[in-house]
Design a protein around this ligand. Structure first.
Ligand code: WT7
Length: 636
């Protein structure tokens, strides 16, 4: 297991941090040396945020799967790499050692090649949380194909959008998936998506649930047939350039359709691993239970790449926290003796609602470190997690980062640097956060708030957005000169600790999932009879943020039709994006508050949705101030 770059004390953290700022190249070269390279880099870093153009470990050559798998074979081939816990507690779990995972990945890599997939090709993966999902990802990486995992909750339309944007001619999916009491028809959804994506040449289908599926002759093949028919395996991995793309992951922004965040090979590998080892203070015998879905970046970095590169054991769970009952997480922790639990505040809040009864009689004694990610954690949830899950005995790491970052950026290091409820606390070595005011000036000193930017590159940062570099520049590097803008607001307290206060753009965070208001509006507007809509967030007890939609219909539905029209709009949003984007509240209105130039004043809509009717501020610049009174009166 690699742990040479683990900082073991607050003092060591301070030293590492100082070194990373004074000599970033020297610092990261020291970290990168711990990995397996086919060829050393010539230069550690070249960068220009204005373009943006960022290159790490230039001309270095490697394959990330040799770091995840091959390098561990000699020393710990029999160590479990992944423990897979199925949705149904009655089905046996599976444990796969590094040797076995290596074998499966090499074999499936050969399957991919046999199916015509080559280095640089994009492969979309739409699967449930099965063991074969990491196998598929790693097999892509083994041959240099670029994977793009699509969360299993997205709709056919969302899949089609991503396939088109990525120009992906290949897909890997399952017949179906299990999530709690539900059977998800994954292949049928893929079929719908492919009805408008004729360019897709091949779909490899893993059998998981056994539900009948339609296999299109010449296009669709079964995973097991292909494995059986394939001779040999890719024992020699493709040699990749440090800056070759490893994967694309789509994420929502404040405008337009989701964009494909591109992560490259070496920098991502180094950063995901470095952050994993340090934040969780990993040990050789850790069992790391990250409850995120692999369809999000958290799963990419802290179920798959970071954990395997470090040589750890990843616990992969197929199902949901509350099935068959609200004690499932605790059963899994006890059954597999998990030492690290990494989850989202929304999951904690949803479990809190069941009280502490589900914790009784379940052993959490193996836990050593707890982590949260995805959204600010409220103090109540923090204390519950600390007291009832951690037994006041486990440090909680509150990890702030984003899809674009590749790995954890601001967080305490478990048991090593101080924790503070509600605070992500301090930046990891290599990360240089700054708070910036409206004018773009850096705010110095402590006890200050501003927009959170990062003023120096780190290895795990995104390099571009697929197919549209200008969009990447505009989104992240244009708001403030020579800085990466996160989109988050932030407070720095008297001690210099960071507290993330939430998005300052039109992006919602619903149960830790990022959703653009524009995306939801676009979906609602596709519903028949809708003229216009405006979507804002509002505080939600479990989800953190809920979705509130103001909708103008061609003709205002009568009171008794409200329910029906609302339900129909929800169906449309589910079809266009997926269930995660369904509004919690829909209010039919006859107009929206707009400025004279026609801009919707979301500030006012947000206040109304939050129920803060008296805090609407100045409404005198509105085109039609009367509309506000109507909206207040008819609030749902
Ligand atoms: C946004 C990124 C990569 C993590 C999973 C979500 C919010 C994330 C925290 C935290 C407060 C957080 C931010 C960020 N966020 N972690 N610990 N405290 N807010 O990744 O979908 O790319 O969303 O999630 O607003 O910008 P994502």
């Amino acid at each position: 297991m690699i742990m040479k770059f683990r900082v073991g004390s607050y003092e060591e953290y301070k030293q590492a941090y100082a070194a990373s700022v004074n000599d970033p190249s020297g610092f990261w070269a020291g970290v990168a040396e711990e990995f397996l390279w086919r060829r050393q880099w010539d230069k550690v870093l070249e960068w220009d945020f204005r373009k943006p153009d960022v290159k790490w470990f230039m001309n270095g050559r490697l394959n990330i799967t040799e770091n995840c798998l091959d390098r561990h074979l000699a020393t710990q081939g029999d160590k479990p790499a992944i423990i897979w816990e199925p949705n149904d507690p009655g089905e046996p779990h599976r444990t796969i050692t590094y040797r076995e995972l290596h074998e499966q990945v090499c074999r499936f890599a050969a399957v991919l090649r046999r199916n015509g997939i080559q280095k640089g090709d994009r492969v979309c993966i739409y699967m449930g949380m099965v063991l074969e999902l990491p196998v598929a990802m790693l097999a892509c990486a083994r041959i240099g194909a670029i994977h793009s995992v699509i969360f299993g909750g997205f709709s056919a339309q969302s899949i089609a959008d991503r396939l088109q944007d990525a120009g992906a001619e290949y897909m890997i999916t399952c017949d179906g998936g299990y999530r709690g009491a539900k059977d998800i028809p994954l292949k049928a959804t893929v079929d719908d998506a492919l009805s408008v994506c004729g360019f897709v040449k091949r779909v490899i289908v893993l059998q998981r649930t056994g539900i009948p599926v339609t296999m299109t002759e010449g296009r669709d093949v079964w995973w097991h047939d292909e494995v059986a028919a394939t001779e040999g395996s890719v024992t020699t991995a493709e040699e990749m350039d440090a800056e070759d793309p490893l994967f694309i992951l789509y994420t929502s922004g404040s405008t337009g359709k989701p964009k494909g965040v591109v992560h490259t090979t070496a920098g991502y590998m180094v950063y995901a691993t470095y952050s994993f080892v340090n934040v969780f203070q990993v040990r050789a015998d850790d069992i790391h239970f990250c409850t995120a879905d692999i369809g999000w970046i958290t799963g990419h970095s802290y179920i798959v790449y970071g954990v395997l590169c470090a040589g750890g054991t990843s616990l992969l769970y197929e199902g949901i926290p509350t099935w068959p009952d609200a004690g499932r997480f605790w059963d899994i922790v006890g059954k597999h003796r998990a030492t690290i639990l990494y989850t989202a505040p929304t999951a904690i809040r949803s479990l809190m609602a069941y009280g502490t009864a589900p914790l009784q009689g379940r052993s959490l004694a193996s836990l050593r470190v707890l982590g949260t990610v995805g959204e600010p954690i409220n103090e109540e949830a923090w204390h519950w997690y600390n007291e009832y899950v951690g037994g006041k005995n486990c440090p909680i790491v509150d990890t702030w980062w984003q899809t674009e970052n590749g790995g954890i950026m601001i967080s305490n290091l478990a048991g090593v640097t101080p924790a503070k409820p509600g605070y992500a606390t301090l930046p990891l070595p290599g990360i240089q956060p700054v708070l910036v005011d409206e004018k773009g000036d850096v705010i110095t000193g402590n006890d200050v708030s501003g927009n959170l930017c990062i003023r120096f590159p780190w290895p795990g940062m995104l390099r571009t957005t697929w197919g549209d570099h200008e969009r990447c520049r505009l989104n992240y590097f244009a708001a403030y000169d020579n800085m990466y803008f996160t989109g988050d607001g932030c407070y720095r307290d008297e001690q210099g600790m960071y507290r993330i206060t939430g998005r300052v753009d039109d992006v919602l965070n619903v149960s830790g999932h990022r959703i653009g208001t524009a995306e939801v509006e676009n979906a609602i507007n596709m519903h028949e009879g809708v003229l216009e809509s405006a979507v804002v967030g509002f505080p939600h007890d479990v989800k953190g943020q809920g979705i509130y939609a103001y909708v103008i219909m061609e003709s205002m539905p009568d009171d008794d039709r409200h329910m029906h029209v609302r339900a129909a709009i929800l169906v449309t949003v589910t079809e266009v994006i997926g269930p995660i984007a369904r509004p919690d509240k829909i209010q039919f209105v006859s107009g929206l508050p707009k400025t004279r130039s026609g801009k919707i004043m979301r500030r006012i809509l947000r206040k109304i949705a939050e129920g803060e009717m008296h805090a609407l501020g100045d409404t005198s610049t509105l085109l039609d101030p009367a509309v506000v009174d109507e909206i207040k009166r008819t609030k749902v």
